[in-house]
Design a protein around this ligand. Structure first.
Ligand code: ADP
Ligand code: MG
Length: 354
């Protein structure tokens, strides 16, 4: 028997948005990454993160950035609302992390969001609560409009009960300490890349932070603080530029005398935390020839490419970027790495300026 066709219906907007949200926010750490990037885009030099139950119960971020204007608060959680992109052509020169105007919207479709923000021009802060992209009353029965309140210049965003309306995803995160570790890992990586910004990350109810960096700390200081002084004393600086391939790289990599059980590979391309399999494999191969079996390196690379050669709009999570001359650039980087490791191994002198 041939099956009869079912009528085609337009999906409810809330369903569409919840599905779209799932593509961007897979887990609490994705939400936090988006929030950190917003704080950095706002020029924050102080970012404080507070977590309860692996971010599923509570994920709070407080920054001292430029804040959000009162009149923008009503639409800030709607989909495709952004202060960062105006025309499609702006994408080629985008300097901010964000541009899609989707993160806050997505989060508000799968969690309860409260924003408190104050700009320098305003003499008080405003607080608003959101659900499914729109303002909702802070307390039952109250008006939905943003309410004036006390607060410092900057923005505080509170995300509660993540995935409360996506039960199968909520249930997938039974192990909240694993989720917390993912969150901490993201904060660690951003703090290494963003010296000059103080990051704090702690669990709600604990006295000491799991990460607290000073604005004055150098990259090597921060790496040592997170991964241990063992690593920081075995770091070699890598720095070079290639005008024909149009790239510049800076970074710190561990030398042949240091090894850990698992590779730490931190890659930022044009300040975006991304992964690149070809480069990762290349790095592992180089170290594979130098380190004993089962030993692995620490690698942090800050790669700057000509913005017009990078396509950041490959995936909503921006986890991947595509760039021109990828094979040649990866090969050139590997060659540099090999050269610098060979020279330090010969001299057996591994001092690093901090
Ligand atoms: P996008 O970052 O792609 O613009 P988001 O949904 O992440 O989209 O944020 C929407 C807008 O909200 C941003 O363009 C920005 O104007 C504002 N915003 C979000 N977070 C902050 C923050 N921490 N400080 C200042 N403005 C913010
Ligand atoms: Mg954003």
């Amino acid at each position: 028997m041939t099956p009869t066709p079912q009528p085609i219906r337009r999906l409810d907007q809330a369903v569409v948005n919840r599905i779209a949200a799932g593509e961007i926010i897979h887990r609490a750490a994705n939400a936090l990454k988006e929030l950190i990037e917003n704080s950095l885009d706002a020029g924050a030099t102080n970012i404080q993160i507070l977590i309860k139950e692996g971010g599923l119960k509570l994920l709070q971020i407080q920054d001292n950035g430029h804040g959000i204007q009162q009149e923008d608060l009503p639409i800030v959680c709607e989909r495709f609302t952004t202060s960062k992109l105006k025309t499609f052509d702006d994408l080629t020169s985008i300097q901010t992390y964000g541009f899609r105007g989707e993160a806050l919207a997505s989060i508000s479709h799968i969690a309860h969001v409260t924003i408190t923000s104050r700009t320098t021009a305003s003499n008080c802060a405003y607080r608003a609560k959101y659900s499914d992209g729109h303002l909702v009353p802070i307390k039952p029965g109250a008006a939905s409009e943003p309410r004036p309140c006390a607060g410092n210049v900057g923005t505080q965003i509170t995300v509660e009960d993540l995935f409360y309306n996506v039960p199968f995803r909520r249930n997938a995160f039974k192990n909240t300490s694993e989720e917390y570790n993912r969150i901490l890992d993201i904060v660690n990586r951003y703090s290494i890349h963003n010296t000059g910004v103080s990051f704090t990350c702690k669990k709600l109810g604990t006295a000491t932070a799991d990460l607290h960096t000073a604005t004055s700390a150098s990259t090597v200081n921060v790496i040592g603080q997170i991964y241990g002084s063992q690593v920081s004393t075995h770091l070699v600086k890598l720095e070079c530029q290639d005008n024909s391939l149009q790239f510049k790289v800076k970074g710190y990599v561990s030398n042949a005398n240091y090894s850990v059980k698992k590779t730490t590979f931190i890659l930022f391309i044009n300040h975006r935390l991304v992964d690149n399999n070809a480069l990762r494999r290349g790095v592992e191969t180089v170290y594979g020839t130098m380190l004993p079996k089962g030993a692995h390196p620490f690698v942090y690379l800050d790669l700057a490419l000509a913005p017009e050669n990078v396509d950041v709009n490959v995936h909503p999570t921006k986890r991947e970027v595509h760039f021109l001359n990828e094979d040649q650039i990866v090969a050139a980087l590997i060659e540099q790495l090999q050269a610098i490791l060979a020279s330090t191994t010969e001299s057996r002198n591994f001092e690093v300026q901090t």
